[in-house]
Structures are given as C-alpha cells and as structure tokens.
Design a protein around this ligand. Structure first.
Ligand code: GTQ
Length: 349
C-alpha cells in the first residue's frame, strides 16, 4: 500500500492559515464536514414548557408592566440550547402574550409575519388591516407581514396566546422594518367577520386577485377546525405517523396561510401511539386538548393541555396519547418546500 501523498505538515498548514487569515480567507477543507453535513445535525434540542409552571410568571408579569408600556407583554419561549437568541428553533420565535381586561397593545406593523394561537381566555380581539376579530381558545389568527395590528381585551378575564413569528428568518435576511401607528387603535374600516364571509366558505369573491402570499382569512376558528378533525376521525383510520392531521390553508393559493410558517392541527385518538417519524422542519407544538407523552430522540416529554414543546429538525419523534388529544403546531416547512429542501422519513410507514 502506498500512503497518500502529503504536501506539507501540520505546522506549515497552520502557518498558511494564519497568513491567509490576514486577507479574510479560511481553508474549506478544515470545515467542510460541518458546513455540508451528510444529514441534518441540529445544534439545538427538544424543550418543554409546563403551563402550570409558566402561568404564575405570566400573571406576575401582568403586575410588573402594562401591555401599553410593554407594547407587547410577552414571555419568550427561548430554547435553552439557543440562549440569548430569543429563538425557539433557529428559524422560529415563540412567546406567550398576556392581555389583561381593559388593556390595549398599541398598533404597529413590521415585516415579520405573526401567528396567534389562543391558549387561554375568550373575547379579546386583534385588529388587522382594518378588521377586528374576537378570539377564543384554539383559534388560529394571522398577522401578515407589514399589516397594522393592535390587540385589546374587552372581556373580564386574562387572555393568553402563543405568538409565533419568523423573527430569525427576517433577521437572517436583514429585512426588518417596523413602525408604530399614529393611534393606539387602528381605524376600523370593515365589519367583524368580513374576511370570514368572503374567503372562508369555500368561496372567493369572483374577481379576487392574489395580491400577497398571506391568507385573506385572519381567523381560523377552533370550532370549525375541531369539527373537521372529529369528522375526519369518524370517517377513517388514523395515519400511522400523524394520527388525524390537517394543515391550515390559504384558500386563494392553496399554500400556507403565512408564507414562512406552516400551521397544523392533529387529533390523536385515546391510546393511540404514532410510528417513528422525522422531518427537516423544526416544530413548535401547543397542546390544545388532552394528555400524552412525546419521545424525541432519547428525551420523553409528558404533556397536557396548554403545554408547549419543541421538536427539532430530523429528530425521531413518537407521540402517545393517554386521552384523546389535539395538538397545534407550526414550523418552517413552507420555506423549506419552496427551496426543495423539505424531507421526511416515515420509517417505512
Ligand atoms: O404582537 O406584534 O411576541 O411584534 C413579538 C413581536 C408579538 C406582536 C411578539 C411582536 C408581537
């Protein structure tokens, strides 16, 4: 056997690296494996927020600062492996927002898209693009990029929702713009339920032109989603990997309601255990109903209603529902699909 020809020793190479560093160059061959790994090697792990532990702090934040002063009174769900970045996954931001009775979170807009998933409470509103929508538990509400939005709570109870934003993605592109509204509350120009009437009945206004990628529907109410899941479950067997799982859709394009973040709702029948599954999209999960256990790699997360947890990219996941359970989730899947990057591994199922 002849040895590979070696051009020079370690010292000569180190010396070379130091000299090219003065010209802001580095040798690819020293980092090739990390730059182009043979399979996803996420630099973050699973995480879990137990609502029973989180809620007292959320309520304490309500005594600490008003929604108006805070602009948005949110406790960020920061992945412990991504400390200091405000990220739940490298591409997604998640936080729990509290609005107390009588409060207003003043109007602003930004290029980041946002989703709200209502965790607790009923009767607060969000206004988007001149229309208000009243929110209830389990509703999924969108704030498209660069639309004015303000939130208010005219009910008698605190309201908590999960905020999902594409903050890390917009930061990566250095494409953030933001501005505050002239008044706390934006001018309402359309009646409540207007977008629902026009776009959410399997119909579109006859001359509707797609002007943006975000959905013209602002609120996807839980009552409708839950009924779809129940009817789907009654009609056939669950998917081995997903149970009964639906994705939210922009009726005008067939794509995701928010172009950067896919949103999903799944029902796991009582006692159902899913087959091992992995996909390249990192995911934030909000437990809507029931109790169960999710195994991610070697970590086991026991969850119940209103808990939140993270499933990282390409880690093998299985769910087991001890009661009938419903999970809301969001991920960066639509961007990955657009870029021909998204992959899944159903383990043969
Ligand atoms: O409600 O507009 O959690 O701008 C972070 C940034 C919520 C919001 C967040 C925001 C918002």
């Amino acid at each position: 056997m002849t040895a590979e020809p070696v051009r020079s020793g370690a010292n000569a190479r180190r010396d070379f690296y130091e000299r090219i560093a003065t010209l802001s160059m580095t040798p690819l061959w020293e980092s090739m494996h990390q730059l182009v790994p043979p399979a996803p090697a996420p630099k973050y792990g699973p995480a879990h927020w137990d609502y029973a532990q989180v809620r007292p702090y959320l309520m304490e934040s309500g005594a600490l600062i008003t929604a108006k002063e805070a602009i948005r009174r949110v406790l960020i769900l920061e992945n412990p492996a991504l400390k200091g970045t405000a990220c739940a996954t490298p591409t997604l931001y998640a936080g729990l927002q509290l609005i107390l009775p009588g409060e207003i979170a003043p109007s602003h807009r930004h290029t980041q898209s946002a989703l709200r998933f209502i965790v607790e409470g009923e009767g607060a509103y969000t206004a988007v693009d001149g229309e208000r929508t009243i929110m209830r538990e389990g509703d999924f509400v969108i704030t498209p990029s660069w639309t004015w939005h303000d939130h208010g709570n005219e009910s008698s109870k605190p309201m908590v929702w999960l905020d999902g934003l594409d903050i890390p993605i917009v930061a990566m592109f250095n494409a953030s713009f933001a501005e505050n509204g002239a008044q706390d509350e934006q001018v309402i120009t359309r009646p409540q339920g207007d977008s629902d009437a026009r776009y959410a009945a399997g119909l579109l206004p006859v001359d509707h032109k797609v002007a943006r990628q975000a959905s013209p529907i602002f609120n996807y109410p839980y009552a409708r989603t839950r009924e779809a899941l129940a009817r789907m479950a009654a009609a056939g067997a669950p998917d081995p990997c997903h149970g009964h799982k639906l994705r939210y859709v922009n009726p005008a394009t067939g794509g995701a309601p928010i172009p950067t973040m896919g949103t999903f709702m799944q029902l796991l029948p009582k006692g159902f255990a899913t087959a091992p599954y992995r996909s390249t999209d990192g995911t934030v999960v909000s437990v809507v109903e029931g109790e169960g256990e999710t195994t991610i790699g070697k970590e086991v997360i026991a969850w119940k209603k209103r808990d939140h947890f993270i499933v990282p990219s390409w880690m093998t996941v299985t769910h087991k529902a001890s009661s009938e359970a419903v999970l809301f989730s969001f991920s960066d899947r639509p961007i990955q699909e657009r870029l021909d990057l998204w992959r899944e591994d159903r383990g043969g199922k």
